[in-house]
Design a protein around this ligand. Structure first.
Ligand code: ZN
Ligand code: ZN
Length: 111
């Protein structure tokens, strides 16, 4: 699988690499992918990839292959149950951000 290097400040959509607007349905994502996932699940959409299901998602490709985009949404942790209980998922997000702030006040040095 992919590497786990964390960029310090900029938060990018885990699906397409666009600028993320926060955690949606349990995964860090942009508004576009958030809406795409919601629409896909609520409509019960079934997409088919035309070229084998291995499209690499980026901001261009996300429009070209909905099948791989939805698959990517699930891979990065988006959960259908969060559509029904988004408040719970948001509560988790708030806690996570609070922890990040408290970490910054400590002199944390990596070697
Ligand atoms: Zn995205
Ligand atoms: Zn595809």
């Amino acid at each position: 699988s992919s590497s786990t290097n964390k960029s310090a400040d900029e938060e990018l959509c885990l699906i397409c690499g666009d600028r993320a607007s926060g955690y949606h349905y349990n995964a860090l994502s942009c508004e576009g992918c958030k809406g795409f996932f919601r629409r896909s699940v609520t409509r019960g959409a079934e997409y088919v990839c035309k070229i084998g299901g291995n499209c690499e998602m980026d901001m261009w490709m996300r429009r070209r292959c909905q099948a791989c985009r939805l698959q990517r949404c699930r891979e990065v942790g988006m959960k259908e149950e969060c559509l029904l209980s988004e408040e719970q998922c948001k509560a988790r997000d708030v806690r996570r951000k609070a922890r990040q702030r408290s970490v910054k006040s400590v002199d944390h040095r990596e070697t």
